[in-house]
Design a binder for this molecule. Sequence first.
Ligand code: MIC
Ligand code: SF4
Length: 637
Amino acid sequence: MKKTIAEKVIAKHLSQGKMEPGEEIALKIDHTLTQDSTGTLAYLEFEAMGIPKVKTELSLSFVDHNMLQNDFRNADDHRYLQGVAAKYGIVFSRPGNGICHQLYLERFAKPNATLLGSDSHTPTAGGMGMIAIGAGGLDVAAAMAGEPFYLEMPSITGIKLTGKLSPFVSAKDLILQILKQLTVKGGVNKILEYYGPGAKTLSVPERGTITNMGTETGATTSIFPSDETTRAFLRGQGRENQWTELKADDGAKYAETLDIDLAKVEPLIALPHSPDNVKAVSELEGTPVDQVCIGSCTNSSLRDLKIVSALLKGKKISENTSLTVSAGSRQAMQNLAATGELEPLIESGARILENACGPCIGIGQAPTSEGVSLRTFNRNFKGRSGTQDAKVYLVSPETAVAAAITGKITDPRKLGKYPEIAMPERFVLSDAMFIYPSLKATGKVVMGPNIKPLPTFQPLPNKLTGEVLLKVGDNISTDDILPGGSEIMSLRSNIPEISKYTFIHIDKTFANRALERGGGFIVGGENYGQGSSREHAALAPKYLGVKAVITKSFARIHMANLVNFGILPLAFTDKHDYLGIAQADVLDMEFTELKEQLCVKNLTKGTTIEVTLCLSDLEKSMVKAGGKLAAIKAKQK
Ligand code: MIC
Ligand code: SF4
């Protein structure tokens, strides 16, 4: 059979199942990645599994999200993570080293391998020809324990690129164009595979920008071929020996294809409050801009910083606009400094932040009330910046600089001549901020007072009764379910405390009501749980007693997280039934077996509706046991 590149990597790692779209498959995982804000739970879960050392080829623990140390809590998390890494054989990336996805791409990604990460933007490494998938912490913990990763075999969309991007148009504009076409749910259960002559014109970091934001389409992952460009990047990183070629067989078939002529892509911008709300920058020209933020795992590579530096050279930022720049890694920052290209940033008035996620997840730099903020990031969900009424737009680094200089949304093509930037043949390399575990090390694991034990849950009863605690609309993100920001995120290791913030910006009475009523149901629209991989968005509702979530459809990672924590993910068999349920209705369901079709009685309205439970036998057994951890423990007994 002629294979696409995704099929080749999957075939090499397939430990169960058939590579047919919709079939459950199990993949051997070579590498795992965690970051601090999902990592503490992932490692508590891993520790509960009782495995002495990780069983993967390589496992990495990064600290990049909760970087503010306003009190002991985040610092204690960092200390816990460092101790766990040393004890269990995990490479630890110290706070300040940079953002997990950027660092992983630079130092560890290699073609033809698999990566599972407890962060939804793990597919960034697809820019290196990997199958890199985001998942909940528990799935990553299971992979560290040597378990394969189970998923639905996605269908493969081929995206054929021809031509070359024009001056002032970059990879971000291309992925925004794709998002406009596919929307935030168009990629669910798909792999976006890039090919064609246009793909060759894109550098590895540019490919990383595209695969990073493929996540916003809901795609399982995105992948580029591994070619001479990949090889040159690895050579520059002193890792050419890890290069292997990866290309699709001639005549390989895609389930569907998109054709994009790169020369026709223009500067684009995603409007508040969704990454797929895309328009041409030229349509919004003149809108005053209060803040510009450059960075995040989407646009913080050396390539991006160099173009920003070249465009800012000799210029000052507008006095009405604040500009922040956060490099994706210490390496990118060091290389920028080595060639004197950091200077124009400082000279221009940019505020240079730590190499971390920072403003992307509301850790500092919240915009002014009703402020307009242009960001090179990947998500602009309402309130994510830390200011509920701010208007966040997503743009390329080129468009970001144009706004920082002029103080308003400006087509970057007006900035004059597009500068040529030279990428180093050999990067300045320093791995000093990685701590490699030694074979003998045991590591001292210290838990601060904010790190609470994982809650345990009972098996699912055969009768579920309760109130609809909340009814929400389409595209509810995990940021809506359990928001980011420094205050709430400092509680990531403390489920009882963080659960108080569940749905806080949608309905601040939710947590109390759920506890008072002894739990209940949530009703949602399409693409429920889009966005991040944070399992807290499932674990906190579970802690509050949520028994089932009934929606028109789910986002992939969140649905897996619900299953992992024993919440039934049910879909309306007939989507019109969504209209027949109201908040506060009392629902009742009884079953002897978890069948694909189940009945839900609405005791308030006196109606009965059918819902679909689309789970494999393995997943059903996990929900029944009260979650994945309970199922693993039951197996060990
Ligand atoms: C995000 O971008 O939303 C995050 C913060 O990186 C999350 C992970 C988390 O919630 O800790 C993600 O993308 O998975
Ligand atoms: Fe960090 Fe933002 Fe990337 Fe999430 S999307 S990993 S918060 S930079």
